[in-house]
Write a protein that binds this ligand. Structure first.
Ligand code: NAP
Length: 482
């Protein structure tokens, strides 16, 4: 594969230093290609290009930008299979998942924001003999920083509304997964987006991400990633009074009430636990089960988990591929060891040495889906984000205890409740300290709704009107009527 270059001011260019880094296929531990390893110099060049393009792009009308978004959606859609293949190669996720979720949703993000903005009118208020017009203008140059788990899905979730609202962009994907961001740059180039409107700088977080956050001309930062990195981003951006949206980590609770129809919901529970090898920020990694059905739940859940087909990501039948890297595999295994040290019992899966995945390259970053029981709900294993194919099971004796357990982590991103009684599920959901709760479903996303976390899972909301508000500044003009 040809090397991955930065995209700055409409040109594909090497890092100014000439340095590169390798991007690796985690399913085989082989190098796919070299990627520009950029630094603050490249960020400065990209930001200057974005600044120069900002006036003309910001002066286009919303209607014109809607047409751009539609054009981009069409171009991506016509290459959906390429996107899925690149994403599967770069992340080790199953090709079927990359098609269904990553490729499809990346197209949807552009289409959604184009359609959501159609007919949009800025609000007007009249009172005290005056009329107030709320005008939106672009923030200016915005920095978009994204993680490796859903690379193009999450990048396009920011690029689409940022362009829609007239901003110019300096983006940085995770250094682990640059391929589809590069493909997006090529697509934007092909459809003729004006130079400087979208700039992409590859490289390491502390070298490129930090430089984007620090750059005084980058007026807004939309960051998705881990909570520890989010703290660094906030500490840098806040004293500069930048607009800041932080979508951070989670340790989400899946709550199974005593009336839940176990046979019907089992497939949904396994999906909520192990989609993308548990590397979705919304995955439920703590399953809280009513004690009266706990034994029956455990038997059914473990059997369903053991039915998952783990293997070559490019095999159509594979349901779980590798995790993102050997380093991440080591991190996840350290949590399995911690869980055992904290008194947990491995019900299925476990360390790769003891429970190897067979029929895959030995160098691949594979792990079996792992279920741990008998851990305290307040143990480190049950409260810290692992972000891998590991779930812990906990029994509760009444709903108050379940609420307490659900809310005891520092995170508050998502959760789900499973019950035969949707009213009861709704009432329970409202007691959970999270940004999103699903009742009898998971990852069912209406893109008009607010998305984001509470506590250490983030600051702000994205989605529909919330994204449009984040990527714009508002000026209220109050006119006294004659
Ligand atoms: P991460 O290590 O925090 O990295 C996220 C992004 O930030 C990457 O592009 C990274 O670059 C960059 N970065 C690293 N250090 C930086 C710095 N000092 N300044 C600016 N940017 C910096 O997260 P990750 O491991 O890629 O992703 C997993 C995490 O993301 C999990 O915690 C997961 O829950 C969270 N996540 C949250 C959501 C949500 O919507 N709430 C969605 C998906 C994932 P490098 O990769 O090159 O280091």
């Amino acid at each position: 594969m040809e090397p991955v270059l930065n995209y700055i001011n409409g040109n594909f260019v090497r890092a100014a230093s000439g340095f590169t880094l390798d991007t690796v296929n985690p399913a085989t531990n082989t190098v796919i290609t070299q990627v520009a390893r950029s630094d603050a110099t490249d960020v400065a060049t990209a930001t200057q290009a974005a600044r120069q393009a900002a006036t003309a792009w910001g002066a286009t009308t919303m209607e014109e930008r809607i047409v751009w978004l539609e054009r981009i959606a069409d171009a991506l859609e016509s290459e959906a299979e390429t996107i899925a293949q690149l994403e599967s190669l770069d992340t080790g996720k199953p090709i079927s998942l990359a098609r269904r979720v990553d490729a499809a949703r990346s197209v949807d993000n552009f289409r959604f924001f184009a359609s959501h903005a159609k007919g949009h009118q800025d609000p007007m208020f009249s009172d005290h003999g005056a009329v107030n017009h709320v005008h939106r203008s672009p923030v200016g140059v915005v920095g978009l920083i994204t993680p490796w788990n859903l690379p193009l899905y999450l990048l396009s979730w920011k690029v689409a509304p940022a362009l829609l609202m007239g901003n110019t962009i300096v983006a940085k994907p995770s250094e682990l997964t640059p391929l589809t961001a590069n493909f997006l740059a090529k697509t934007l180039h092909k459809v003729g987006l004006p130079p400087g409107v979208f700039n992409l700088v590859h490289g390491y977080g502390p070298e490129v991400g930090q430089a984007i956050v620090e750059h005084p001309d980058v007026r807004g930062i939309s960051f998705t990633g881990g909570t520890a990195t989010g703290k660094l981003v906030a500490a840098t951006a806040a004293p500069m009074f930048k607009k800041l949206s932080l979508e951070l980590g989670g340790k989400n609770a899946t709550v199974v009430l005593d009336d839940a129809p176990l046979d019907e919901i089992m497939e949904g529970l396994v999906r909520a636990s192990f989609t993308n090898s548990g590397q979705v920020c919304l995955c439920g990694s703590r399953i809280l089960v009513d004690a009266s059905i706990y034994d029956s739940f455990v038997a059914k859940f473990v059997a369903a988990v053991e039915d998952l087909r783990i293997g070559d990501p490019l095999d159509e039948a594979t349901q779980m591929g590798s995790v993102i890297s050997q380093d991440h595999k080591t991190k996840v295994e350290s949590y399995i060891q911690l869980g055992i040290a904290e008194g947990g019992t491995v019900l299925t899966g476990g360390l790769s040495e003891e429970a190897p995945v067979t029929g895959v390259p030995a160098e691949g970053a594979y792990l079996r889906p792992t279920v741990l029981a008998e851990l305290s709900a307040s143990s480190r294993t049950a409260t810290e984000e692992i972000f891998g194919p590991v779930v812990t099971l906990h029994a509760f004796s009444n709903e108050d205890e379940a609420v307490e357990m659900a809310n005891l982590t520092a995170y508050g991103l998502a959760g789900s409740v499973w019950t035969a009684d949707t009213e009861r599920g709704h009432a329970f959901a409202k007691r959970m300290e999270t940004g999103i709760v699903w009742v009898n479903t998971w990852l069912n996303r209406d893109l008009r709704t607010p998305f984001g976390g509470v506590k250490q899972s983030g600051v702000g909301r994205e989605g529909g009107d919330w994204s449009m508000a984040f990527f714009s500044e508002m000026t209220n003009v109050c006119i006294q009527l004659p």
